[in-house]
Design a protein around this ligand. Structure first.
Ligand SMILES: Nc1nc2c(c(=O)[nH]1)N[C@H]1C(S)=C(S)[C@@H](COP(=O)(O)O)O[C@H]1N2
Ligand SMILES: [Mo]
Length: 315
């Protein structure tokens, strides 16, 4: 996705960052605290990853009743190539103590929340995830320096997790020996969601497929090709099936994703009867998760991966 069309979501105003004075602090329960400049961070090596970033609120308005929160349709997901240093390598250089439970990532953006008052945006990763190979400290998106809205000069990028963990305008990383209970960590939980345990953290992206073509409301011919993409934060895409009206579910052909965190393209050639038709797509991932046919409601409207439906007029 070109940077100008990539979705953007910020809980507070985009902060003004003094790029010359900017440093990243790594502290807390580490043997060797560090204050790193951008060139220090770049010296940890450069890794490029094509990542599907999806807001946990994507699909919120498809829930009934619509929960409060940003009223996303299905536009809060995009893919870009991010360039950055592997987080695990930077953390290892600080020599974290054995009893670290969580690493807390804090952004420079600040705002007022209830009941805490003025706080910075902060989110955490458990030590296992933080020290795993996936997450990167990214300074580039699609080969260009990060823009202010997307977190310049440096952001965390956590592939497979919903977007809230990918902290923008990163200013500090703090190692702690307990679970982080900051405002946003507590906010991104499943409350009243029948398939998650009560209070479970929102984490991995739930499996989802989108029909890219035809678009909703389009006039199309009887012989047509249906195309889309599917992704999951819990493994690869195992299958995508398509249903027209109340017909049988038929398997689409899968393409090859461009990377482990990139979506899987799929397509299917089909003959449709003239008239108004509804087309649904449903993906299954390699962990066996399958998209629900009805939205799964929860109080904050997170992770609604209901099967995507488009209505078309044929002939
Ligand atoms: N510092 C900071 N990082 C943040 C946020 C924020 O409000 N402040 N929002 C998060 C959320 S909810 C999402 S979905 C992604 C969106 O990233 P983008 O704006 O680059 O698409 O950033 C995450 N990182
Ligand atoms: Mo989000």
């Amino acid at each position: 996705m070109p940077v100008g069309s990539f979705y953007t979501r910020s809980n507070f105003e985009v902060p003004t960052v003094d790029l010359d004075a900017w440093r990243l602090t790594v502290s807390g329960l580490v043997d060797d605290p560090m204050v790193l400049s951008m060139s220090d961070i770049m010296s940890f090596g450069e890794s490029m990853e094509l990542v599907t970033l999806e807001c946990a609120g994507n699909g919120r308005i498809l829930m009934d009743p619509i929960p409060s929160g940003a009223p996303w349709g299905l536009g809060a997901v995009s893919v870009a190539e991010f360039t950055g240093a592997p987080l695990a390598r930077v953390l290892a250089a600080a020599n974290p103590l054995r009893d670290v439970v969580d690493f807390v990532f804090t952004g420079l953006d600040r705002g007022r929340v209830e009941p805490e008052g003025d706080i910075n945006y902060a989110f955490s990763l458990d030590a296992g995830t933080a020290l795993s190979p996936g997450p990167i400290l990214a300074w580039q998106m699609n080969g260009e320096s990060l823009t202010p809205t997307h977190g310049a000069p440096l952001r965390l990028l956590v592939p497979s997790s919903y977007g809230m963990a990918s902290v923008k305008w990163l200013t500090s990383i703090t190692a702690i020996d307990e679970r982080f209970t900051g405002h946003f960590r507590l906010k991104y939980r499943y409350l009243g969601d029948p398939i998650a345990s009560e209070g479970e953290n929102v984490g991995p992206i739930r499996v989802r497929s989108l029909i890219v073509s035809p678009g909703d409301g389009e006039d199309i011919g009887e012989r047509t090709e249906i195309n889309g993409v599917a992704w999951s934060g819990s493994g690869g895409i195992e299958s995508v099936t398509i249903q027209v009206d109340d017909g049988d579910w038929v398997e689409a052909g899968l393409g090859t994703p461009l990377g482990p965190f990139a979506p899987t393209p799929w397509s299917m050639s089909i003959s449709l009867q003239p008239g108004s038709r509804s087309i649904r797509a449903r993906a299954t991932d390699s962990a066996g998760n399958v998209q629900p046919l009805e939205s799964i409601w929860n109080r904050n409207g997170y992770a609604n991966n209901v099967a995507h439906t488009v209505g078309v007029r044929v002939g």
